[in-house]
Design a protein around this ligand. Structure first.
Ligand code: ZN
Length: 279
């Protein structure tokens, strides 16, 4: 099997330190955390920028600061998000101005459910086909490799649409973001993962992100199936049920140990570049 690419999703844009104090929010914290994850075996860091209050923002200067800080001290592959609920598309596009090697590209609309004390918040994350094409074109023009974020099988229709229009280059790289709590989320079961893998276009490479308690289970299944894995506090703030993770690097280190036990070597950043066809 191909070497395993471990991506660390450090911060995200939904929950923050209120969920786990170890979640890095500010640029210097994110940089230091990225370096620790690199030492633990991550090849790619998936990044969001947050303002001083910890809210996710599409701020090109913040992204540039974070990206440069990581680049100066490591050879990690940098992947900026173009997601972010409540951030207008024009702002989300600005994450590309920091010239990351990769960026996330969400392949459809979901509605996140955030359980509150006595009510449920519904947070829409809208991605229209025209917007997906806009993001894909902007990445193609800048030589940025998209990671296609697919939340359920119906979103493979958008992958096919981009391929048919020549808006993505090979190899097609899909991240299956499973177990998102909300409308459009797909439960992180074994049979659902198999079903998702069956929808992949020929020659595609896949990564799996499991939200919440599905992270560990889906990571292990993906390793055994020849896929890659994403771990990190963006997707789950826990190490075990009821036990908060000490930090992102702890989650990376566990994925690396599991891969070794399964006989799967872990890719360095340059080996990940070769697998994904990055320039
Ligand atoms: Zn993200």
């Amino acid at each position: 099997m191909e070497k395993l690419i471990v991506t660390a999703a450090l911060t995200g844009g939904l929950h923050g330190k209120e969920a786990n104090e170890a979640l890095p929010e500010q640029p210097d914290e994110i940089i230091e955390d990225a370096l620790l994850c690199g030492e633990a075996g991550a090849a790619i860091v998936h990044l969001h920028a947050r303002d001083e209050e910890g809210r996710g923002v599409g701020d090109p200067e913040l992204f540039a600061r974070i990206n440069e800080g990581i680049r100066e001290r490591s050879d990690l592959v940098i992947q900026n998000t173009t997601g972010g609920t409540g951030i207008p598309v024009e702002k989300r596009l600005l994450a590309l101005d920091a010239k990351p090697e990769m960026a996330s590209l969400n392949m459809g609309t979901v509605v996140f459910f955030i359980p509150g004390d006595d009510s449920l918040s519904e947070i829409p994350f809208v991605n229209l086909r025209s917007e997906i094409e806009l993001f894909a074109r902007a990445m193609l023009e800048r030589g940025i490799k998209p990671e296609l974020e697919v939340y359920n099988p119906s979103m493979f229709g958008e992958v096919e649409n981009l391929m048919s229009k020549g808006l993505i280059t090979e190899p097609c790289y899909v991240n299956m973001v499973m177990n998102v709590g909300g409308m459009g989320g797909y439960p992180g079961t074994a049979s659902n993962l198999v079903h998702m893998v069956e929808h992949l276009p020929p020659g595609a490479i896949f990564n799996v992100s499991g939200v919440g308690k599905a992270q560990l289970r889906l990571n292990m299944m993906s390793m055994a199936m020849g896929g890659h894995v994403r771990v990190g506090l963006e997707d789950s703030v826990y190490y075990w049920r009821g036990e908060l993770a000490e930090g992102n690097a702890q989650l990376v280190a566990r994925a690396v140990r599991l891969a070794k036990e399964l006989g799967r070597d872990v890719a360095t950043p340059d080996e990940a570049r070769a697998i994904l066809g990055l320039r």
